[in-house]
Design a protein around this ligand. Structure first.
Ligand code: ZN
Ligand code: ZN
Ligand code: ZN
Length: 167
């Protein structure tokens, strides 16, 4: 069995990392704990030091510009989720999956609870549609049809990358 590792948040509180996650949340200081910097964390988004007019659907802070390969995304420096235009997402997934040489995750069931979590579009503030991503990884994506944007929580891109299947 996996026991949850305990880490020191930095604010003095000890927090546990939930099974299946590489990061955690500290309710004492209302911040996320990550094992590494933005750039070297699992989704490997490179920050470009520019703030966007968009707002994080989870934390209500301004999103910043980052890049995954040549694709620009807007990420949240607090929760490390990011928004990407839906048309670029397929290419990013393909690039990451074909470059990945590490171990594959065992298949995971869809977390249907996530379908009830309705986020606000960072661009137009309408409610995003949560739907099951029908590719590897069984994740739930939030998309805005109007803006053609998709929101991925931290680690979801990595889950898609590590999922078994054709590369
Ligand atoms: Zn804390
Ligand atoms: Zn956020
Ligand atoms: Zn929108």
């Amino acid at each position: 069995m996996n026991s949850s590792p305990i880490v020191d948040c930095g604010c003095g509180k000890s927090i546990s990392i939930p099974t299946g996650y590489s990061h955690s949340f500290c309710s004492d200081c209302d911040s996320f704990w990550f094992p590494s910097s933005m750039e070297s964390s699992e989704d490997a988004i490179v920050p470009q030091d520019r703030v966007t007019p968009f707002t994080c659907p989870r934390c209500s802070v301004d999103l910043e510009v980052g890049t995954i390969g040549r694709t620009e995304v807007c990420f949240c420096s607090k929760c490390r989720g990011f928004v990407i235009d839906s048309e670029s997402l397929g290419g990013v997934i393909q690039m990451r999956r074909s470059a990945y040489r590490g171990p594959e995750d065992s298949p995971v069931p869809v977390n249907f609870n996530e379908l009830d979590l309705h986020s606000t579009c960072p661009a137009c503030f309408s409610t995003m549609e949560a739907h099951h991503y029908c590719g590897p990884g069984n994740i739930v994506l939030d998309t805005c049809m109007k803006c053609k944007l998709a929101w991925l929580d931290h680690g979801e891109l990595s889950k898609i990358t590590r999922a078994p299947g054709r590369r």
